[in-house]
Ligand binder design. Structure first.
Ligand SMILES: Cc1cc2nc3c(=O)[nH]c(=O)nc-3n(C[C@H](O)[C@H](O)[C@H](O)COP(=O)(O)OP(=O)(O)OC[C@H]3O[C@@H](n4cnc5c(N)ncnc54)[C@H](O)[C@@H]3O)c2cc1C
Length: 401
């Protein structure tokens, strides 16, 4: 097995060599479509260099290394701002799920290689207008249809569905069972008749999320992943895959060093802002917070290296880092006065304080809203009693809408 430190060195040297072609500066001013095309070329180049599917099995097209090697690469990659976001969900979850659950291994291998090379994109069709935090409350129907199924309903917030070739979807196959028990999980061809993805623009100008409509979309039973009624379990397995991924606390938005540079450049009352006590204390607070999170993360990695499962303290990472990024970005904008808000929404790939501030609210919702993370901390770390769950065990079709 390749030593982690040597692997990190090799990764950084490769990233430095491709930065001029794909890095943050190369992306400035590109439209989203141009940026996606650049992203596809980056993914193919990364695959050829042996940095894709790092912890996936070699026979599936991966590198056969460990989850820690993958994290080391992601940590190294994050500061470069490479155009890999379009493929983030696709590679992180759907590809891993089809490797784990689908039996036609030749088909899976083809999909995995095409996905890793950025030739195909998969999306994750879980959330709906009335089901996000409460995923088991979803209403999209999967009805038996001949030897297969017919899907009807609506998903919401689906990242990059407009570019996706395939998706993984959870739907309600039996409304007479309690909500967690009547769900079934499938893969779906996004080009099927009856599928329509409608992208919408976010506050930061990006068209990441979609509403996706399904009108009597036919699936064969071979597209089912896991047992009928076992969809919630597969959905949980999907969400657990990425509990720890790359990006240390400094990776959530612009690094503290960028804030320090800014505080040296701008003035408060005729003196460099860095000399102001409030600014110095904001820097110190952020530094201490990020160091604390990195210590928790390093402990989790040591547990993983020793073959143990890290605990629920991973919930702290996103909760604390995104909130503090939002506050620090707000302070950075304030420091720059009126010009601080100058922002070009067409400038994809730019990562400045405004972009960071505008996208922070979605960061506080996606992948588990703040309040849900607080619930996890309350119940799993502090051992407090669970929320009252009045719909527990009640057949789904008897729960008041
Ligand atoms: C940028 C972005 C990308 C996304 N990409 C995808 C994707 O690719 N695929 C996908 O399936 N989904 C995706 N999502 C959806 C995301 O998973 C949901 O937005 C998230 O789970 C929250 O669900 P919701 O939006 O329905 O909000 P709700 O669950 O309705 O929550 C609304 C508010 O109520 C609070 N709340 C809810 N329940 C409780 C409770 N029990 N206790 C205390 N407070 C509570 C929440 O914390 C939140 O503040 C994405 C979201 C965003 C913002």
């Amino acid at each position: 097995m390749i030593d982690l430190e040597a692997f990190g060195e090799k990764a950084r040297s490769w990233l430095n060599s491709v930065e001029p072609e794909f890095g943050r500066d190369a992306r400035k001013g590109l439209t989203q479509d141009e940026d996606l095309a650049l992203g596809r070329r980056y993914m193919a180049t990364k695959y050829d260099a042996g940095f894709s599917g790092i912890n996936m099995a070699v026979e599936m097209g991966g590198q056969g290394l460990t989850g820690l090697h993958k994290i080391v690469f992601e940590d190294a990659e994050m500061p470069y701002g490479m155009p890999s976001g379009y493929f983030g969900v696709s590679v992180a979850m759907p590809l891993q799920i089809i490797i784990k659950f689908c039996e036609d291994k030749a088909w899976v291998r083809e999909r995995v290689i095409a996905g890793l090379r950025g030739e195909e994109i998969w999306c994750q069709l879980f959330s709906e207008p009335a089901a996000g935090s409460d995923l088991a409350g979803l209403r999209t129907k999967a009805e038996p249809d001949g030897n297969g199924w017919a899907i009807t309903g609506q998903k919401l917030w689906t990242s990059y569905a407009q570019y996706s070739d395939y998706g993984i979807i959870v739907a309600r196959s039996d409304p007479t069972l309690p909500k967690h028990k009547g769900l079934t999980y499938f893969w779906i061809d996004m080009r099927s008749e009856g599928v329509e993805a409608r992208p919408f623009r976010m506050l930061d100008g990006e068209q990441q999320c979609n509403e996706v409509f399904f009108d009597d979309v036919k699936l064969h039973d071979g597209q089912r992943i896991g047992p009928i009624g076992g969809g919630f379990g597969v959905a949980m397995a999907t969400l657990m895959i990425e509990r720890y991924s790359g990006g240390d606390a400094d990776g959530f938005g612009p690094p503290i060093s960028a804030f320090v540079d800014l505080a040296r450049e701008v003035e408060i009352n005729g003196r460099p802002a860095i000399e102001d006590g409030r600014i110095r204390s904001a820097i110190a607070r952020n530094y201490a917070m990020r160091s604390g999170l990195n210590a928790i993360r390093n402990r989790a990695f040591q547990m993983m290296e020793a073959g143990m499962e890290p605990g629920p303290e991973g919930s702290l990472n996103k909760l604390v880092s995104v909130r503090s990024r939002q506050k620090l970005s707000e302070l950075a904008i304030d420091l720059q006065g009126g010009g601080g808000l100058a922002y070009d929404p067409e400038g994809f790939g730019k990562e400045d304080w405004v972009a960071s501030w505008l996208s922070a609210p979605t960061g506080r919702i996606a992948g588990g809203a703040d309040e849900m993370l607080l619930n996890t901390i309350a119940e799993k770390i502090l051992g407090l009693p669970q929320d009252h769950r009045p719909d527990k065990g009640v057949p789904f079709n008897q729960i008041p809408a």
